[in-house]
Design a binder for this molecule. Structure first.
Ligand code: WTA
Length: 574
């Protein structure tokens, strides 16, 4: 049975080919989208029902939901199979006393089990917290402590990074996959699943009940637990229609890992809310592997990131002769600025315009995008989704005219907006310091046709390969190293990765600035925090610029690096 979108919400269908953007905005109404969901009638919802079970109920149970592959494994799951497996896992969780509102974290590489577990967690009304597999001890510990996670699902190879003695709230650890030796006090996923029933009574929820937490970095302090509620599904579904342009027969591939928001919102929720076949490719990036994935599964809609496109561009056109990419009909990008030359290159070699999309962990869904059918201005993030109001504001909250750079701000009240920052009301409120508006932390300008152009971050957050890295987290780790007295971390422009992490370090007495020490420091961060947070460049300095209150002035470090004037130094110490 086909989903007929035009019957469900007439107003977006006129939008789904964004020929007439203005008209779409004028006629837009969130309620037209809400009508798509069964909860519009019943009042009770569950994301897992909407993404999986519903398709079984409505006669799409035998359709392929997941095409999973990695270099060692290949498996296909229908919606019915995912429903049954996730029901089973929901029952396993219940057997161990887990229930609505509990935070249950997942820390493992991509695999079908990751998706089954995530759905099972949602089915019992628990809140899922996915952690990127590259996180090391400290990063894992901080996130589990802050969230008060009561259960964790992981693999035996990652278990060593979970310091259980320091995690009093963590009651249960589930292990997926083969275990080499008998692990004490862990629950074995496969054993439990073998005897679990595939009938489950779903936990019906309210729209403002919890869904998912993603930790993300700011420029100060520890990572923040961005907490989303069920309501996000409205916008995730809507954007899947008008931005991803998903249709019944699409084979969709989002390359992001579920440890990051793109990998859940657009790697799980948006495609399955739309009932399409979802491709998941595990393992590492390689141009050959990625092109082979598109070719093999005949991917039609592809959502990736600028760093990946730049790497593919770097791999050249020669290798393309080995693969057929003619199945592609829509290509998108997110996470960092998409260079105009990449857009032009994509058009030349894929015959596709790469559609840039802007949003953030905190926004929960796409906000400013390029739509199929709309003229693209390479270098621009596009225009706000109909139903979303974006503007540029100065620091006092005044709206700025076109072509003036300022804070990219969104009018409060979009459905996927984060519900809170876990345990940190003050941080949450900072985003809403201009009444009625969300201040994104990005700077941008708008042109006279309402297209938005990204300019940079307002704060010191680093964006390396589309991953948000808080300099504070890296600096804190560096300071744990015995040789390091002071550390300041900045993003240094890089052609492939957008930015790389550069650390300025002053050493304690008795330590010598040697290449070996540099290597050791990089390893120290890699092993303690995570590979993607380790500095790619280190520069030793006698002294670092600090304010009188002792805060390292990253702005001055950046000016040094870029050979720019250092600006106002009146607050500098010494
Ligand atoms: C940046 C990822 C330029 C931006 C979904 C934002 C972008 C941060 C774009 C959010 C884009 C995201 N052009 N920059 N199209 N999309 N960004 O939370 O700085 O991992 O604030 O969410 O990435 O990163 P996050």
């Amino acid at each position: 049975m086909e989903i007929n979108h035009s019957e469900i919400f007439p107003s977006i269908c006129s939008v789904s080919n964004m020929g007439d953007y203005e008209q779409a905005c004028e006629h837009f109404n969130w309620e037209d989208i809400e009508r798509h969901f069964t909860w519009y009638e019943t009042g009770k919802c569950n994301m897992a029902y909407e993404v999986i079970d519903r398709h079984v109920t409505e006669g799409r149970g035998e359709k392929v939901a997941l095409l999973y592959s990695d270099p060692l494994r290949e498996e296909t799951f229908t919606f019915r199979q995912l429903r049954d497996r996730s029901n089973q896992f929901g029952n396993v969780l219940r057997k161990y006393g887990l229930s609505k509102g509990d935070r249950v974290f997942i820390f493992m590489p991509r695999s079908p089990e990751l998706y089954i577990c995530l759905l099972g967690i949602l089915k019992i009304g628990a809140v899922v917290g996915p952690l990127f597999e590259a996180f090391m001890e400290t990063a894992v510990k901080e996130r589990l402590i802050d969230s008060g996670a009561v259960a964790l699902i992981t693999t035996s190879s990652l278990l060593g990074r979970v310091t259980r003695s320091e995690l009093p709230d963590l009651k249960h650890v589930f292990l997926v996959g083969d275990t080499v030796e008998q692990q004490d006090s862990v629950i074995h996923y496969h054993d439990e699943m073998a005897s679990a029933s595939s009938d489950l009574e779903l936990e019906w929820l309210d729209r403002d009940d919890g869904l998912i937490m993603h930790y993300t970095s700011g420029s100060t302090g520890k990572p923040k637990g961005v907490y989303h509620v069920q309501n996000a599904m409205i916008q995730q579904y809507y954007s899947a229609q008008i931005v991803l342009d998903l249709r019944e027969d699409d084979i969709y591939w989002c390359t992001a890992d579920p440890g990051w928001v793109t990998g859940t919102a657009y790697g799980i929720f948006a495609p399955w809310l739309s009932g399409v076949t979802n491709v998941v490719r595990g393992g590492r990036f390689s141009p050959q592997d990625w092109y082979a994935t598109i070719d093999k599964y005949k991917v039609t809609v592809w959502y990736s990131a600028p760093t990946a496109y730049r790497m593919l561009m770097g791999a050249g056109e020669e290798i393309l002769t080995n693969y057929k990419l003619s199945s592609l009909r829509h290509v998108l990008s997110v996470g960092e600025p998409l260079n105009p030359e990449v857009v032009r290159w994509g058009y030349k070699v894929y015959g596709q315009r790469i559609h840039d999309t802007w949003w953030m962990t905190e926004t929960g869904a796409q906000m400013i995008c390029n739509y199929p059918g709309m003229p693209i201005k390479p270098g621009s993030m596009g225009r706000p989704l109909p139903g979303i109001e974006a503007t540029i504001k100065d620091d006092k909250g005044n709206t700025l005219p076109p072509y003036t750079m300022g804070n990219l701000a969104i009018k409060v009240g979009w459905p996927a907006m984060m519900n809170r920052i876990w345990n940190n009301k003050a941080k949450y409120e900072e985003y809403f310091r201009v009444p009625g508006w969300y201040i994104s932390g990005d700077s941008a300008y708008m042109d006279d046709e309402g297209y938005f152009w990204f300019q940079g971050r307002v704060d010191d957050v680093i964006n390396s390969s589309g991953e948000r890295i808080g300099p504070f987290e890296v600096e804190s780790k560096l300071l744990e190293h015995p040789a390091i007295l002071e550390a300041g971390v900045i993003g240094k422009p890089d052609v492939i990765r957008g930015e790389i992490i550069k650390a300025f370090i002053s050493l304690r007495e008795g330590y010598e600035a040697t290449p070996e020490l540099k290597e050791e420091i990089v390893r120290f961060v890699k092993e303690g925090l995570s590979a993607h947070a380790a500095p790619r460049e280190i520069e030793f300095k006698e002294k670092l610029p600090k304010t009188r209150s002792g805060k390292i002035m990253r702005r001055v470090l950046k000016a040094w690096e870029l050979d720019l004037p250092t600006g106002d130094l009146s607050t500098i110490d010494d």
